[in-house]
Design a protein around this ligand. Structure first.
Ligand code: ZN
Length: 342
């Protein structure tokens, strides 16, 4: 019970990429870059083990960004044709590539890091992919026209990739959908259908991560406008509860999300965000334990997975791994209270 895990990304080592940046540039090239990505993946897995996580990930060490890392190996996207676009309903501008033809997967995208991670840990392995709606919200389109059609095109290639990751021994495949906290009515209209298409036929555990974004200024400023009770999940959780997706990863720590919204996820595993990724203050184990205890009012410990609020890519490594260690220590405190020792 109370198995710990992380939302997805971790900071990259300074020898691999620029530090403390969200869209960090690589510092290596060619074969050295490929080797560096593999080495960083293995290191991230080992550091997560040392921090005590039960379910580890690749830390997204081989991708520049959680969306565009996946898009880089697809046909139908012109990366030279950049469009400055307001994303997440114009919360911030990003320079995004453009869809100019049918979306097809040219080759496996994440095989290298999945194999490297699998070869170097005996713990459960989780892998993240961007969700279809979030991809659609992070790319310009000159070919498909309708967002739902573009989402289904991406869902088909995500499914190919996910099935392959499962064959490589990945235990949990999580689709990241921060856009679900922005376009709530569209989740029911077409977002969930696209996500279920992406997860079609998988027998491993499937998850969706929905959050209020990385701890960057645009997101922190946006949160300041949302008032004292963030009820975005209230619209989407019932849709998820009816779906085939097994797990939901949500933001809780230092957040104004009412914890009782978890009730709407009856039957699902809940990955409770106990770590604030927008603060450099490392939580104490007792603070983590307090969040877990609060969540346990609404979800059984067997279905509760202490987790981070979101990815940690823009943080410093020492703080990020310090937070993961606090997460494990906090979960251990509650396990001991419950009389459960591994
Ligand atoms: Zn997130």
């Amino acid at each position: 019970m109370l198995k710990t895990t992380l939302a997805g990304s971790l900071p990259k080592p300074g020898w691999l990429a620029e530090e403390e940046k969200l869209w960090a540039g690589w510092k290596l090239e060619g074969a050295a870059l490929a080797q560096g990505k593999e080495d960083a993946t293995i290191l991230a897995v080992k550091l997560q083990e040392d921090a005590g996580l039960d379910i580890v990930g690749d830390g997204e060490q081989a991708r520049q960004h959680f969306v565009h890392g996946f898009l880089a190996n697809l046909d139908g996207i012109d990366f030279g044709k950049k469009t400055i676009m307001g994303i997440r309903n114009n919360r911030y501008n990003a320079e995004v590539p453009t869809v100019t033809g049918p979306i097809r997967r040219k080759a496996p995208v994440h095989r290298m890091e999945a194999m490297a991670a699998r070869a170097h840990t005996k713990r459960k392995l989780k892998f993240t992919l961007p969700g279809p709606m979030t991809i659609v919200d992070t790319i310009a389109d000159e070919h498909y026209g309708r967002r739902e059609d573009l989402a289904l095109a991406f869902a088909a290639v995500l499914n190919e990739e996910a099935r392959e990751l499962e064959k490589l021994g990945v235990d949990v495949i999580q689709f990241d959908e921060p856009a679900w906290n922005v376009y709530m009515p569209q989740v029911a209209e077409w977002g969930m259908a696209a996500l279920e298409r992406a997860a079609e036929g998988l027998t491993c555990t499937t998850a969706v991560h929905i959050c209020y974004g990385y701890g960057i200024k645009a997101n922190i400023d946006w949160k300041a406008t949302l008032g004292g009770s963030w009820r975005h999940y209230e619209e989407t959780f019932p849709v998820i509860a009816r779906s085939k997706i097994d797990q939901v990863s949500l933001e809780c720590r230092n957040s104004k999300v009412p914890m009782d919204l978890i009730r709407l996820l009856d039957g699902k595993d809940v990955l409770v965000g106990c770590i604030d990724v927008a603060s450099d203050t490392i939580e104490t184990p007792e603070e983590v334990a307090a969040t877990i205890r609060e969540a346990m009012k609404f979800v059984a410990p067997e279905k509760l997975y202490p987790c981070t609020n979101c990815g940690m890519a823009p943080m410093t490594r020492g703080i990020a791994y310090g937070k993961l260690a606090a997460l494990s220590a906090g979960a251990r405190l509650v396990c001991e209270e419950l009389g459960h020792r591994d």
